[in-house]
Design a protein around this ligand. Sequence first.
Ligand SMILES: [Ca+2]
Length: 80
Amino acid sequence: MPADGQTPEFVVSGDLRPFREAFDAIDTNENGALSSHELAQVLRMMGTRATVEELSDMVRELDRSGSDEISFQEFMLFIM
Ligand SMILES: [Ca+2]
């Protein structure tokens, strides 16, 4: 299991629910992490043309745990 239970201190006091819902909406296979393929689907729905290769680079940049996927914590760091 990825160490995904940690929440960054700076968002603890805020309402995480909208972000959690957005995260869960992107996480289509419900494994608690966002892959580049899941991000590609969402960005395509938003009308952004990004290749899976570009998103793989992005995921690699955001991914701090070396899982090749973005955890909720990494997702929050990306949004903030
Ligand atoms: Ca996933």
